[in-house]
Design a protein around this ligand. Structure first.
Ligand code: GAL
Length: 426
């Protein structure tokens, strides 16, 4: 046996031992990071922001499979999600919010993101409150994109000026007076789409404005019986009835972005909606302060927040797992948080992102958010599912929409609210 033969035999043996491992590493290294993203960002502004996320992911070598489900507020998307998970075909990444994040995690459906969180120092770069919202049992299972607020009025300055109003109303009484003047001139004062979540956004703003931040906390977060059946809650429904009178006849079923377009096009004077509405104005090339006004709804320094986030579902496949890690990492990236939020109308979820390019509405939001944290007025929105588990949110939403779409008296609405909440509690 010559030396060459002995050498090649040794080599063959070594190769036999090492090759499977080598191949495995190679496959893992070659796995193309892939995500199928289930989301409901389909309006003009939303789609631009979603496209920025897709681009960032693709620029970093990822493969993005887009699964949009139209329907503002996301209830259609959540229905699709439930059926996908039930049929054993969970999407890799889903636009999801806390407390739904915790509900899915509780069922063991979500993947653990601690490794990325540690590598990317999420505990240092994300606000404490958001860290908690993204975790289940002390582990990261979701990643935050932004901070939106729902307590905003979007107004057409020309229409307001036509009745002598130089700024957005600062109290509900002033709102009613300006709205009556607009109506007398044949202008629709309030643009809204008759969809339960939009009506609930209106409702939560009235709760905050008439009751104040403590009342909001007691009634809509703690679900305190005395607060729920109080005179203040009756006044809230009275104001909802007044607001119903300022809405046009064709409001049923209208999408939120079409209501925004009414303000943009001079068909209606104001919309009360989250600051994703700003994304619509911007996507249409409109300028804040000139073409549209933004102002927080009347309250004692409250701030109704809404954080969009992505939860990664527990799926198998090296490509998918690599995709989830890459997506999670990119979402918290400083540059991405800036780019995305400039388009979406929100402000960054990450701390320390430069705000130089953000407009006056975003800077106001940032300031109001800081102030609200000092005064305990930083409160989750009910209308976009940030405050309560699904069944309890549903109890509030159902009451609000039944009242808004009928001639139900305020006393009956108050009784119904308590009854629905108690049923959902059981
Ligand atoms: C919210 C979501 C926002 C916005 C809005 C309208 O639930 O958090 O990002 O897209 O729905 O679709």
């Amino acid at each position: 046996m010559n030396r060459t033969y002995k050498f090649s035999k040794r080599l063959a043996l070594r190769a036999a031992i090492c090759l499977p491992a080598l191949l495995l590493n190679l496959t893992a290294a070659q796995a193309e990071p892939t995500v199928e993203v289930l989301h409901y960002w389909t309006s003009g502004g939303e789609a631009k922001a979603a496209a920025a996320l897709k681009k960032d992911f693709e620029d970093h070598g990822g493969k993005w499979i887009d699964s949009p489900v139209a329907g503002g507020g996301g209830s259609a998307a959540m229905t699709v999600l439930r059926s996908r998970v039930l049929s054993g075909d969970a999407p890799t990444a889903v636009q999801l919010k806390s407390p739904a994040i915790q509900e899915w995690a509780d069922q063991g459906a979500l993947a653990n993101l601690d490794e990325v969180a540690e590598k990317e120092h999420w505990n240092d770069v994300l606000p404490k409150r958001l860290q908690t919202l993204m975790q289940y049992d002390g582990h990261y299972v979701a990643v935050p994109v932004n901070i939106h607020r729902t307590d905003m009025i979007w107004a057409n300055p020309k229409l307001l000026a036509s009745v002598g109003a130089t700024e957005v109303p600062k109290s509900w009484d002033e709102f009613n007076t300006v709205a009556e003047k607009l109506q007398a001139k044949g202008v629709i004062p309030l643009a809204i789409g008759g969809q339960p979540w939009q009506e609930t956004i209106l409702f939560e703003n009235v709760v905050l404005g008439i009751g104040g931040t403590d009342f909001y906390q007691k009634a809509l977060i703690d679900l305190d019986e005395d607060a729920l059946k109080s005179d203040t809650m009756k006044k809230v429904f009275d104001q909802m009835r007044t607001l119903r009178g300022f809405v046009d006849a064709d409001f049923s079923g209208r999408d939120w972005n079409l209501a925004t377009a009414m303000v943009m096009n001079g068909k209606a004077a104001m919309q009360i909606m989250g600051d994703w509405a700003k994304g619509e104005f911007l996507a249409a090339g409109k300028e804040p302060g000139k073409d549209f006004l933004c102002e927080a709804t009347p309250s004692n320094d409250g701030y109704l927040f809404n954080t969009d986030s992505f939860a990664m579902f527990d799926v198998s496949g090296d490509d998918k797992i690599a995709g989830q890690k890459l997506l999670a990492e990119l979402i918290v990236g400083e540059k991405f948080q800036e780019t995305f939020n400039l388009l979406k109308g929100s402000i960054p979820a990450r701390l320390g992102v430069p705000m130089d390019d953000f407009d006056e509405c975003a800077l106001q939001s940032e300031k109001d958010m800081q102030d609200s944290q000092v005064s305990d007025g930083f409160l989750p929105s009910v209308g976009v599912d940030m405050a309560l588990p699904g069944a309890l949110t549903g109890a509030i939403v159902d009451t609000v929409t039944s009242h808004f779409n009928s001639d139900m008296a305020s006393e009956s609405a108050v009784a119904k609210l308590l009854e629905n909440i108690n049923l959902a509690r059981d």
